[in-house]
Design a protein around this ligand. Structure first.
Ligand code: MLT
Length: 274
């Protein structure tokens, strides 16, 4: 049976389970970009929350001193939280070894809605290549979900989804996957903005809002395609670099996570010394 690639520009109304499919979540501005940076900086796990009530529950069960709270409301850091939602804050070495409870307007809410999935890959422009490589090695259909913004289409997520579809088509010339309509529109966005994603981010509604609030550096950081060679996974209600243990033994999955972090650290070190 031919493989399908379905792109969703906003979170689908029907909460399907996409049994057997490989599910990807995108929130370029800024949650999934920040999560990737947190994982690259050595954060041990991120627990996405759907609302403040869930944050409180997690804090009560884990202990306030044992977690960092990260997230935003209307793009700004939530009062009392340790981190906002800027990738730079998550790239900070102080995040190493920490558990972060994270709440954002759209990204973590979408993740919480996907908590019953076997696994969800966390994708942004910064780790497009690592996502495409993982997907290309999997069996099963591909479901790419854009977080969007308050149920609205977001240009930057659509671009990232389209660029991912493009990479998969290039990786699978012989498989001729079936594309849904949104995946075809995503390809057109990739054609339009692929060479200059920063322009897309700057033209997007959310990007313009962030620029007005003085978050221009975040846009620049979120537009860096393939800056990170790692892929965070969400399963068992937490985000780590470990693929789900269903596909492999827990020890092996843990080793894959560690390998991802190690090779990303080495790659960066080489880049810095070059
Ligand atoms: C979100 O999840 O709504 C976004 O990441 C918003 C933001 O840019 O902080």
């Amino acid at each position: 049976m031919p493989l399908s690639i379905d792109l969703y520009f906003t979170f689908p109304q029907k909460s399907s389970t996409w049994r057997g499919a490989n599910v990807v979540l995108i929130d370029v501005l800024r949650s999934t970009t920040s999560i990737c940076h947190g994982m690259a900086a050595g954060c041990s796990r991120i627990l996405p929350a759907a609302d403040l009530g869930e944050v409180t529950e997690l804090v009560e069960s884990l202990g306030r001193s044992r977690v960092l709270l990260g997230g935003e409301k209307d793009a700004r850091r939530i009062p009392g939280f340790d981190l906002g939602n800027s990738p730079d804050e998550y790239a900070d070495p102080r995040i190493k070894g920490q558990t972060v409870v994270m709440l954002t307007g759209n990204g973590t809410v979408a993740l919480a809605r996907l908590r019953h999935q076997r696994v969800v890959a966390i994708t942004a422009l910064v780790n497009l290549g690592a996502t495409a490589r993982w997907l290309a090695g999997q069996e099963g259909d591909v479901v790419i979900i854009c977080s969007g913004n308050r149920e609205q289409f977001c240009l930057e997520d659509g671009l990232c989804g389209g660029m991912l579809v493009r990479r998969l088509l290039d990786a699978w010339p012989e498989r001729e996957p079936l594309l849904n309509d949104a995946a075809r529109v995503g390809l057109a966005l990739a054609e339009r903005y692929g060479a200059n994603p920063r322009a897309c981010l700057e033209e997007s509604t959310h990007g313009r809002g962030l620029l007005t609030l003085g978050y221009g550096a975040d846009l620049e950081r979120c537009a860096r395609v393939d800056e990170l060679d790692l892929l965070p996974f969400y399963h068992d209600e937490q985000i780590t670099l470990r693929p789900p243990a269903l596909e492999m033994e827990v020890e092996e999955a843990t080793a894959v996570g560690e390998d991802q972090r190690q090779s990303e650290a080495e790659r960066r070190e080489n880049q810095e010394t070059a």
